[in-house]
Design a protein around this ligand. Structure first.
Ligand code: HSE
Length: 323
């Protein structure tokens, strides 16, 4: 179903209705799976949205992004809520938002996808009993706003996701990752990367042999992630995006080389500049952390994370419980 094909208005959101949304961070591409593969990770943004009578929106941001992101109707979460209401032909109520963010911004951990998914899930919760938005509708809305589905699919559904585009809209398949797979995300403290800049570095076309190379590694990566973690190093090779973007994040590139020379399956996390290391057992993460601290010239935070299997959630929230 496309978002625009949703049912027409059946009512309006009661004043005072409030929802609590929780959305995981994500890492996209995973090496060879450019714009296709994504993994949900155990870092979360939380959001409380309450419908009010007065039109417009207020936004309070706590944690990551406080004092930096817009707090008016130009806020990405507010725009995503408004987009969802418009797609289903429902009048947008006034909104009060409180966001508690933990996902780093501009680091390749899916913060914009999480903001978009937060808004869409909040809208879904506010519209409970008025409009039902199914999984395909959620993914269609989120992909339309994000531009590509590889972050928003795992943010919505959790686990490892394969996302693909069809003439009827985006689709996804969720897979459960082998329990030995242990992600580490190394986040540079001082540098950020814009996805738009990273995408501008991509060539219009790539050699056929490079495309074949990535097809083979992407197929192998699914096997490695769900069944055979010992294949992760070979399965995370890539020729479609990382080399084209390396000049924009030289320390990321240099550290990935060191990690891979030490048999660790390190790749750029999303559009970077963070590094994702897909360890085949938890102890490998300590080796990766030591290598990063030994070879980096700027500060990096090494996050030892779990795969999130649940994805985004929305539940009713009692406004009386708001501090
Ligand atoms: N697949 C996307 C990219 C992920 O690498 O550009 C970042 O949004």
């Amino acid at each position: 179903m496309s978002a625009a094909a949703g049912p027409k208005s059946k009512g309006s959101v009661p004043v005072g209705r409030s929802v609590l949304v929780k959305v995981p961070a994500t890492t996209a591409n995973l090496g060879p799976g450019f714009d296709t593969l994504g993994l949900a990770l155990s870092v979360y943004d939380e959001l409380i949205v309450t419908a009010r009578k007065k039109p417009g929106a207020t936004v309070e941001v706590l944690g990551v992004g406080a004092g930096e992101v817009p707090t008016d109707e130009s806020n990405l979460v507010v725009r995503s809520i408004a987009y969802t209401f418009a797609a289903y032909g429902i009048d947008l109520p006034g909104l009060d938002l409180v966001a508690r963010n933990s996902i780093p911004h501009g680091r390749g951990m899916g913060s914009s996808g999480a903001a978009i998914v937060s808004g869409i899930m909040a809208a879904k919760g506010l519209l409970e009993g008025i409009v039902e938005i199914d999984s395909q509708g959620l993914l269609a809305l989120a992909t339309a706003l994000e531009g590509h589905p590889d972050n928003v699919a795992p943010a919505l559904f959790g686990g490892l996701t394969i996302a693909w585009m069809t003439p009827e809209g985006p689709r996804h398949k969720k897979l459960i990752v082998h329990r030995g797979v242990s992600p580490l995300v190394a986040v540079p403290v001082e540098s950020i990367m814009s996805t738009a800049l990273a995408r501008s570095l991509q060539p219009e076309s790539v050699p056929h042999e490079d495309a074949v190379f990535n097809v083979s590694r992407s197929a192998l990566l699914i096997a490695a992630l769900i069944q055979s973690p010992e294949l992760l190093l070979a399965a995370t090779e890539d020729k479609l995006h990382q080399s084209y973007r390396a000049s924009a994040m030289p320390e990321t590139d240099a550290l990935i080389r060191v990690l891979r020379e030490n048999d660790l399956a390190a790749v750029v996390s999303g559009a970077g500049p963070s590094i994702l290391v897909l360890c085949s057992d938890p102890s490998q993460r300590l080796v990766a952390t030591e290598l990063i601290h030994k070879h980096s010239t700027t500060p990096w935070n090494c996050l030892l994370l779990a795969v999130d299997f649940r994805g985004a959630t929305v539940i009713p929230h009692s406004t009386e419980a708001v501090a």
